[in-house]
Design a protein around this ligand. Structure first.
Ligand SMILES: Cc1cc2nc3c(=O)[nH]c(=O)nc-3n(C[C@H](O)[C@H](O)[C@H](O)COP(=O)(O)OP(=O)(O)OC[C@H]3O[C@@H](n4cnc5c(N)ncnc54)[C@H](O)[C@@H]3O)c2cc1C
Length: 419
């Protein structure tokens, strides 16, 4: 017997489950195919298990695209389904939220509550959920035929079965390659390509950065408010300020995550990339000079880390001093005014050469994905392939930390599901 659906969604992540719910609320016969046994695994990891599901205000400009087309595309999508609609959606699922300084979380601050609410609503609406099921092939045509492979586990035995289903509308919501252990292993990209879509190379974003040398090692474990400026080919390609975490071999923390997509792109293009760190972001160079002048006599007898200790954590200062060949153990008076000045200047602009990112395993999202110019932002439908829709991270949109990526998953999922 031919099993027919009005809508089939591939991928039970944030975007896919949202799409399935909106499609099913429109009274369609909906099926979700998920190649993992558990849906929404990535949601469980979001916001350190608390799920920062959106931000108080989300504007297209917040995503920081340099491409105006992308900003306009997102603006149009957010006008159709933005923060207000997202909060109403979660209210309809019975998930109250709390606002922590602009960051929106479920009131319980548990990501599990978000995943379970989406899952339960799909079941309530009668969405057929095919877990442990992969897509072997999708054949084109007026009605799409999907050849599926399901892994059936019974007692200790595993059995593979193959079957076909048919649908008029297909929503691809497979994610890209970030955090592949959660299911987004890149297999959706192959499906998208087979369906004739142009997919921009996925690159890791919201990810830690590795330095070319061990400059950071003495500072490992330190967290310090720092301005991060990324230089590639002589140009500034990203900047952010916040708490940077120093590791044995590099830098991490929200401001680093927020510039990491641009770093990935520059490295992918073969450019030399460096991070310029301002460890005293709210103190001007003149104020630094004034500080040395006023305090130098007083501090002559003290060790360098003592002299600077009120400004910069000792371990971090030791790392910066080491890059100038200065031991932070020395007395300020022994190295002289000029060297002290150089050290302060270095603290205002410490250059670290970036070798690579930590890759997809550690990335929260991916840069790249299905080319937006092929999609209609009002429906997420592929313009030249009626019946084929894209939702979530698989489309070429990624944002900074703070709820912007899940917002895109809800926005694009809802729009595609309604379509
Ligand atoms: C550690 C971590 C923390 C994060 N924290 C936040 C946060 O606090 N706030 C925020 O806004 N964003 C956060 N993000 C990003 C956010 O989780 C993603 O942007 C979002 O989950 C993407 O949703 P998606 O549905 O498009 O893709 P995914 O969540 O990746 O879901 C894709 C689904 O499709 C399935 N799938 C893939 N290929 C196939 C296939 N071929 N056949 C069948 N099924 C398939 C996968 O198994 C998966 O279930 C975080 C990400 C990570 C990794």
């Amino acid at each position: 017997m031919k099993e027919k659906f009005d809508v089939v969604v591939i991928g039970a992540g944030a975007a896919g489950m949202t799409a399935a719910i909106f499609a099913a609320r429109g009274a369609s016969k909906v099926c979700v195919i998920e190649h993992r046994s558990e849906p929404g695994k990535k949601i469980l990891q979001t916001g350190n298990g608390r799920c920062n599901l959106t931000h108080e205000t989300v504007k297209a400009e917040d995503y920081g695209f340099t491409d105006k087309y992308k900003t306009d595309f997102l603006k149009s999508a957010l006008e159709s389904f933005g923060v207000e609609e997202t909060l109403a959606f979660f209210d309809s699922l019975g998930v109250p939220v709390r606002n922590k300084g602009g960051y929106i979380y479920p009131y319980s601050c548990t990501a599990l509550s978000v995943r379970n609410a989406l899952w339960d609503e799909m079941k309530r609406l009668g969405v057929e959920i095919m877990a442990d099921t992969g897509v072997k092939s999708v054949s084109d045509g007026d009605t799409l035929k999907l050849s599926l492979v399901t892994l059936k586990k019974q007692d200790a035995a595993e059995r593979i079965t193959e079957h076909d289903i048919f649908t008029k509308k297909l929503i691809l919501a497979t994610g890209l390659c970030a955090a592949p252990k959660t299911g987004s292993d890149g297999s959706g990209i192959e499906l998208a390509k087979k369906l004739g879509l142009n997919v921009k190379t996925p690159l890791p974003s919201l990810v830690k950065l590795k330095c070319r040398d061990d400059s950071c090692k003495p500072a490992s474990g330190v967290r310090h408010i720092t301005r991060v400026e990324i230089m590639a080919g002589g140009k500034v390609v990203g900047e952010d300020t916040g708490e940077v975490q120093f590791t044995d071999d590099g830098i991490s923390g929200i401001p680093v995550f927020n510039v990491s997509g641009n770093v990935s792109e520059a490295l992918h293009e073969g450019r030399l990339v460096s991070a310029h760190l301002d460890l005293l972001p709210d103190i001007t160079k003149e104020q630094c000079e004034d500080f040395i002048e006023k305090k130098y006599d007083l501090m002559q007898e003290r060790k360098i880390y003592g002299f600077f200790g009120g400004l910069i954590p000792v371990k971090l200062l030791t790392a910066v001093a080491r890059s100038l060949g200065i031991s932070a153990e020395k007395r300020t008076g022994d190295i002289g005014m000029t060297r002290v000045g150089q050290l302060l200047t270095k603290c205002k602009k410490w250059e670290l050469e970036i070798k690579e990112t930590y890759g997809f395993d550690h990335a929260q999202v991916c840069r790249g994905g299905v080319d937006l110019s092929r999609l209609d932002p009002e429906t997420m439908q592929v313009k030249e392939t009626p019946g084929l829709f894209i939702a979530g991270e698989l489309a070429d949109i990624d944002g900074p930390c703070g709820g912007y990526n899940l917002q895109w998953a809800w926005t694009s999922g809802a729009i595609a599901g309604r379509g």
